[in-house]
Write a protein that binds this ligand. Structure first.
Ligand code: PMP
Length: 353
């Protein structure tokens, strides 16, 4: 840290993203990316857009907005596009949290939430998940804060139904409820239809997982026009050009190539069931996942040890050095071949090899 760093940032502990190692080729099951390349239509549109990179991109992402409004059945004023969904979440912390509306989220959830809060100087409160790592809806009824719920939750993969989310949104009419649906396409029930009924609901989604565009950085926020206007106030005060032209074009292609999207999601769901069953047969306890990852623990090897030994064997999974979940690893659902390689490595580790 230099002597010039602003005092308010001195204690900030930055978010640590999952490893993106360049030293060798790993079976990479650690950051919940898609194992499939983007839709060929998406990459074609992105290449065409590259020819126009001499001009600034459209800050309103008009073509993408039109296509998305149609794809999701919402109005253009109910949408904002951002640089990954991390950015719309960041905007939401800044726009909707302060001393009178502290951020509220589970103790075990997406690790970026406390970092956003700390960066923005926003107070926050964590509500413990139940002992079996579930969100208890009753804990979120009338909490007097801005609620952030990943649904399905990360890193557990466990999802609440729409009716449960609705209870929370309805019980907090004086605060915004943010439902982070980064993983919803893999089996969760979206709260999106509720934005027509509740003006305090913000639903966020990403193109990083189910649309194979993690490197493109594209996220969406869906909410009432008034909440979207608030978020745009932050966006236009930060970086109006937050979504570059190639990424916006790739987003259009990804949304229009529905067949490719659906086929990839179906494969991931099938592979997730295969992985869950295989881990269970190997003596793991796997939480029921509605996402593109499985959170599992094994009674005879700690999460950290398993993570380390798998890495030695060229397989990357995610381990969280955090109370209550140290026994677990989070495994991204990859291709059938990647999962076979993972399972072979686990069998070898269990046999002491
Ligand atoms: N929410 C959750 C729960 C996540 O796990 C992630 C991925 N790290 C994100 C949001 C952000 O993803 P992105 O910025 O790539 O859209």
């Amino acid at each position: 840290m230099s002597k010039y760093l602003a005092k308010r940032l001195a204690a900030l502990e930055a978010y640590v993203p999952g490893e993106q190692p360049q030293d060798k080729k790993y079976v990479k099951l650690n950051t919940n990316e898609s194992p499939f390349p983007p839709s060929p239509f998406a990459t074609r549109l992105a290449r065409q857009a590259a020819a126009g990179l001499n001009l600034y991109c459209d800050p309103e992402c008009r073509t993408l907005t039109e296509v998305a409004a149609d794809a999701f059945g919402v109005k253009a004023e109910q949408l904002i596009f951002t640089n990954g969904s991390d950015e719309v979440l960041d905007f939401a912390f800044l726009a909707f949290c302060d001393e009178t509306a502290p951020a509220v989220f589970p103790d075990i959830t997406y690790g970026f939430y406390p970092v956003f809060a700390a960066k923005d100087g926003v107070p926050f409160r964590e509500i413990p998940l139940t002992s079996d790592l579930r969100v208890r809806v009753e804990d979120y009824l009338g909490v007097k804060g801005t609620i952030f719920l990943a649904n399905p939750n990360a890193p557990t993969g466990v999802a609440l139904g729409r009716a449960e989310i609705e209870r929370i949104v309805a019980a907090n009419p004086h605060n915004v409820v943010v439902v982070d649906e980064a993983y919803v396409d893999f089996g969760g029930e979206s709260a999106l239809p509720l934005i027509e009924k509740y003006d305090n609901l913000l639903v966020t989604r990403t193109f990083s997982k189910s649309c194979s565009l993690a490197g493109g950085r594209l996220g969406i926020g869906f909410a009432s026009p008034a909440l979207i206007a608030d978020l745009k106030r932050v966006k236009y005060s930060t970086n109006p050009y937050n979504v570059n032209s190639m990424t916006a074009a790739a987003g259009v292609g990804a949304l229009l190539d529905k067949e490719y999207f659906e086929s990839n999601v179906a494969t991931i769901r099938k592979n997730r069931e295969f992985l869950t069953d295989a881990l269970t047969a190997l003596g793991f306890d796997a939480l029921p996942s509605s996402a593109n990852f499985v959170f599992a623990k094994c009674s005879d090897i700690s999460g950290e040890m398993l993570y380390k030994k798998l890495k030695e064997k060229g397989v990357l999974v995610r381990y969280f050095d955090k109370a209550r979940i140290r026994e677990y690893v989070r495994i991204t659902v990859g291709t059938a071949a990647e999962l076979e390689a993972l399972l072979a490595a686990i069998r070898a580790i269990k046999e002491g090899k």
